[in-house]
Design a protein around this ligand. Structure first.
Ligand code: HEC
Ligand code: HEC
Ligand code: HEC
Ligand code: HEC
Ligand code: HEC
Ligand code: HEC
Ligand code: HEC
Length: 415
């Protein structure tokens, strides 16, 4: 009798242990939240080490990550960690143990404090999100890398500290690889979305651009001698429109409405099946371009696209980490436009040799963002986010400025 009880106890004791053990095994290779047809970037290293290591420096890779002292680049040191909205209202960036916070003080009284949970952005600015149960919100202060300063987040009213800007799944569709939404019945006024923290795949990973690749990985693991790419789209063999759509899923602005989630977009798909409205050849209002730039719409409205064969890949190579200078970019122009082909710049004789080092500043001028409000005393009022206009065209007033600048700048004439 006694023995049997022991036995039962034994099983009762062992079962949870077995369960925990199986969970540990499971955790070794967690299933990809996107489904078993996804292999995850780590599995690409074995056969594509160079591409992978190179990619760790790419802004697409860095564009979303968990917040920590290593991934948030603004200063938490006294004197550098404060954004004062006026004499009585200020936000301080604070570090407590391993966590980072934005804390609002009104007349020196702590009024609100939220944690940095997720970082978005890598190049020009970092904006931060915090979890409130299943909901995500943007923190009011952004770090601007170009000026090395904290300031009001883009699009925020400069006179008011707002912790209540809801962040939805849509941000993740362009800045990450996946997040699952949780259906919930929201009231009419409620614009929050519920998101599943555990389903989050941060960073724009390999399969976001190349499509699900677990079959590719399995095949090549089992057939190491086959050097033909199997079960993976060859981007080079797609049509030009399909290739541009690989980029346009995220680079055609964020104003139009998605009819299906672009998390499901794969190379070879047509963006029009996901997004309301065509972007090809549409003339975007240049005044409305912002940090959420619309390179695809602008490029496809250029004559170089309509009459020529230009595409994103003419000038940008995701897997090449060498820094392209303006004169290097200009070489792409002169591969189609030259004196010999009788389609060269009409300004060539006025500019002399200097022309070859810079087609860009006159024909793809920089435009500054106009929605970023900076309200701190002493901070520059010029917004720091800039965008290259991707409609290649003739911009007479920009050209006049560059002409004047070239005349006073002997250095560029020598380049
Ligand atoms: C077991 C080896 C192996 C693994 C793992 C592997 N690949 Fe490949 N992959 C190959 C081989 C072989 C080729 C064909 C030769 C080449 O292009 O390097 C290839 C080619 C490719 C190509 C080029 C297709 C083209 O345009 O010609 C892409 C894109 C690609 N792999 C993506 C991935 C991604 C993404 C992963 C990770 C999810 C991955 N591969 C993991 C072996 C592998
Ligand atoms: C899943 C969305 C997504 C896709 C697909 C995508 N991009 Fe991007 N791209 C982004 C985001 C987000 C950024 C901003 C990254 C940052 O700095 O945080 C970016 C930044 C860039 C930059 C600026 C990087 C730099 O060095 O300053 C270039 C150029 C670019 N993308 C080109 C492309 C091209 C070409 C393609 C198609 C092959 C493409 N992107 C596909 C989302 C995407
Ligand atoms: C339709 C795609 C899309 C959506 C949706 C989107 N972004 Fe972006 N975002 C981009 C692209 C592309 C860039 C690269 C800048 C450019 O195009 O000039 C960018 C740039 C940024 C940057 C600056 C990054 C840098 O360092 O250059 C931040 C910060 C940012 N986005 C935050 C957000 C937040 C927060 C949301 C949600 C409210 C969001 N984005 C939604 C596509 C998108
Ligand atoms: C932002 C989109 C994007 C991301 C992210 C991306 N790629 Fe690519 N990849 C491309 C494009 C576009 C090409 C085609 C370039 C061409 O044909 O000129 C390409 C080409 C390739 C090739 C074949 C050519 C070569 O350079 O060897 C391989 C292999 C590859 N990618 C693997 C990967 C792996 C592995 C990752 C993740 C570490 C990754 N890619 C992430 C867009 C992307
Ligand atoms: C004719 C060459 C050319 C083509 C084609 C081109 N770009 Fe660019 N792109 C540039 C130049 C030049 C810059 C500015 C680089 C710099 O200032 O360092 C740039 C910058 C960018 C940036 C950084 C943000 C900005 O506005 O500075 C993104 C994002 C980008 N390009 C995406 C794309 C996408 C997506 C396509 C295809 C729809 C594309 N580009 C096609 C030349 C080109
Ligand atoms: C793939 C080839 C190709 C590339 C690369 C290219 N173009 Fe063009 N571009 C064309 C073609 C084709 C036309 C139309 C010419 C015509 O109408 O005869 C054109 C037209 C133009 C025009 C006249 C635009 C107008 O609205 O009248 C300008 C200016 C121009 N290109 C400048 C540039 C610059 C600057 C670059 C580099 C940033 C560049 N192009 C890159 C093929 C190209
Ligand atoms: C200082 C500014 C400036 C620079 C630098 C410049 N362009 Fe131009 N470009 C212009 C202006 C302005 C026009 C229009 C001239 C006119 O119609 O009289 C023009 C016209 C053109 C045209 C249209 C010619 C036609 O037949 O209508 C092309 C193509 C072109 N440029 C290409 C280039 C290329 C390629 C480069 C670099 C090698 C370049 N441009 C550098 C200002 C510039």
């Amino acid at each position: 009798m006694k023995k049997r009880i022991y036995l039962h106890f034994g099983i009762a004791f062992l079962l949870p242990l077995l369960f925990i053990f199986s969970q540990c095994l499971y955790k070794d290779k967690p299933a990809d939240p996107r489904g078993s047809n996804y292999a995850g970037s780590a599995s690409c290293i074995k056969c594509h080490r160079d591409v992978y290591e190179n990619y760790l420096h790419d802004p697409h890779y860095k564009t979303s990550r968990l917040a920590s002292s290593n991934t948030v680049h603004g200063s938490f040191n006294p004197g550098l960690n404060t954004v004062a909205f006026n004499d009585s209202v200020k936000v301080m960036m604070e570090k407590h143990h391993n966590d980072l916070y934005q804390a609002l003080y009104i007349n020196s009284v702590l009024t609100k404090k939220e944690r940095f949970d997720i970082v978005f952005g890598s190049n020009r600015g970092e904006t931060y999100l915090y979890w409130k149960d299943k909901e995500l919100y943007e923190l009011p202060i952004t770090y601007f890398l170009s000026i090395h300063q904290w300031a009001n987040s883009p699009g925020y009213n400069g006179n008011f500290v707002d912790f209540n800007r809801v962040m939805g799944r849509h941000c993740f569709e362009c800045h990450s690889s996946y997040i699952q939404d949780i259906p919930h019945t929201a009231s009419f006024m409620d614009n929050t979305e519920w998101l599943d923290k555990n389903s989050m795949v941060l960073s724009i990973d390999c399969e976001r651009c190349h499509g699900p690749a677990s079959e590719h990985v399995n095949y090549h693991t089992q057939n190491p001698d086959d050097k033909n790419p199997m079960y993976i789209s060859t981007i080079g063999s797609l049509s030009r429109a399909q290739r541009i759509d690989v980029c346009a899923q995220c680079h055609s602005g964020n104003k139009s409405v998605l009819t299906r989630s672009i998390f499901g977009f794969k190379p070879g798909d047509t963006l029009a099946n996901f997004k309301e409205g065509e972007y090809f050849h549409k003339k975007t209002d240049l005044a409305s371009i912002d940090v959420h730039g619309n390179q695809a719409e602008l490029l496809t409205s250029s004559q170089c696209f309509i009459k020529g064969k230009i595409e994103c890949g003419t000038c940008h190579n995701i897997h090449n980490d060498k820094v392209e200078t303006i004169s290097m970019y200009s070489l792409h122009c002169t591969s189609c436009h030259s004196e010999a082909k009788h389609n060269f710049c009409k300004m060539a004789s006025q500019l002399g040799p200097a022309i070859n080092s810079n087609c860009i500043d006159c024909h793809m001028p920089v435009k500054t963002s106009n929605v970023i409000v900076i309200n701190e005393k002493g901070l520059p009022t010029n917004p720091p986010f800039m965008a290259r206009i991707h409609r290649i065209a003739i911009y007479p007033s920009e050209s006049k400025k560059i002409m004047a600048w070239l005349k006073t700048s002997p250095v560029s004439a020598k380049n």
